[in-house]
Design a protein around this ligand. Structure first.
Ligand code: A2P
Length: 348
């Protein structure tokens, strides 16, 4: 592909800014990068390397001449605008939940199921941040010995809620230290010095939507509708980096030592696991890092074939922006950054 114009939609947000940063850092082969956000930000600027891009208002007709659009502007914006992009022949990589479970859209983590990109019809979904890091760690185990059941508990940073989550934790900490009353808008309760067992909305089965994303997205990406997954997702007062306690039951036996060796060779994974030297992954280590960090690997002695792992990653980077850019890189490698008009799905 000669000339490639790339758009970032939601460029003023926490993930959108990181998408620009990641595109620049990885020297993504774009001849032009365009920044879109809502009318509120039109005319402001966002950094791209040492340049500033002027933000344009995202509209239905914004996609003419754009080859690839990375979206991180919330589900309703993606639902509304991604179909216009696809119709114009622009390939969308969407970070919201809007298209993830749509049968016409592959849901992809390049280390897990890059082959699914081959059947895209114009919109590719980026999974939920918590699912991405869990599956980067579990895929080599799944391939080696099979996984029957996953029990995961998450400890998720406020940056997962976007700029408003970051701002709310910052302000509450400052207000509490200064003896002022605190306010909450982004969350239903105080998040500073607290933990909320509640991310996204509650569903009829009393799980949250975030928890069910982990169940359903895992099944879709592993192409395994029967794999048993259960999740509890919690928001913790950490700015960047999600942590997860992951317990798995495998089909065949894999010891903790074998698991450590297997994951040491796995793409996108860095094993940090030496308890005697107090070495284990933590959110403060993974901010700004591309790798998913895995440690505390132990045999689960309560079942025959069980393992416990502790998994940390930068939720804004591998959990969102980096994964989207890696999908875009993989599309280029496979010559998939275009869809013939006859093969485009009508997403309207
Ligand atoms: P804006 O800054 O103009 O509101 P975050 O997840 O950090 O809150 O960021 C959300 C991103 O989505 C921001 O860039 C925001 O732009 C953008 N956004 C929200 N609503 C729209 C919309 N209707 N059209 C385009 N961009 C939108």
């Amino acid at each position: 592909m000669g000339k490639m114009t790339v758009a970032v939609c939601g460029a003023t947000g926490a993930v959108g800014r990181e998408m620009l940063n990641t595109l620049h850092q990885r020297q993504f082969p774009a001849t032009e990068v365009v920044a879109f956000a809502s009318s509120r930000s039109a005319g402001t600027t966002v950094p791209y390397g040492d340049k500033e891009l002027t933000v344009r208002e995202l509209k239905e007709d914004s996609f003419e001449g754009i080859d690839l659009a990375l979206f991180s502007a919330g589900g309703s914006t993606s639902t509304k605008f991604a179909p216009y992009a696809a119709k114009a022949g622009c390939v969308v990589v969407d970070n919201s939940a809007a298209w993830r479970m749509d049968d016409r859209c592959p849901l992809v983590v390049p280390e897990v199921n890059p082959e699914d990109l081959s059947w895209h019809k114009g919109i590719i979904a980026n999974p939920n941040c918590s699912t991405i890091q869990m599956l980067v760690a579990l895929k080599p185990i799944y391939d080696a010995v099979g996984i029957r059941r996953i029990v995961v508990s998450t400890y998720q940073a406020v940056s997962g809620t976007g700029q408003k989550g970051i701002a709310e934790l910052e302000k509450q900490v400052r207000d509490l230290f200064n003896g002022r009353d605190i306010e909450h808008k982004a969350y239903p309760y105080q998040i500073a010095f607290n933990i909320l067992p509640h991310i996204d909305i509650f569903l009829d089965n009393d799980y949250t939507k975030e928890e069910m994303k982990m169940v359903n997205e895992t099944r879709k990406m592993f192409h395994d509708p029967l794999i048993r997954v259960t999740a509890t997702c919690a928001r913790v007062p950490v700015f960047y980096g999600h942590a997860e306690s992951v317990n798995i039951e495998t089909e065949k036996k894999l010891t903790a030592r074998e698991c450590r060796a297997l994951l040491s060779q796995a793409p996108g994974v860095r094993v940090i696991d030496n308890p005697h030297e107090l070495l284990y992954p933590m959110p403060i280590m993974c901010a700004g890092q591309d790798d998913t960090l895995v440690g505390r690997i132990r045999d689960d002695e309560s079942v025959e074939n069980g393992l416990n792992l502790w998994v940390c990653a930068d939720n804004i980077r591998k959990g969102a922006a980096l994964n989207a850019v890696q999908i875009a890189e993989e599309l280029i490698r496979r010559d998939l950054v275009r869809v013939e008009e006859k093969d485009r799905a009508t997403f309207m």
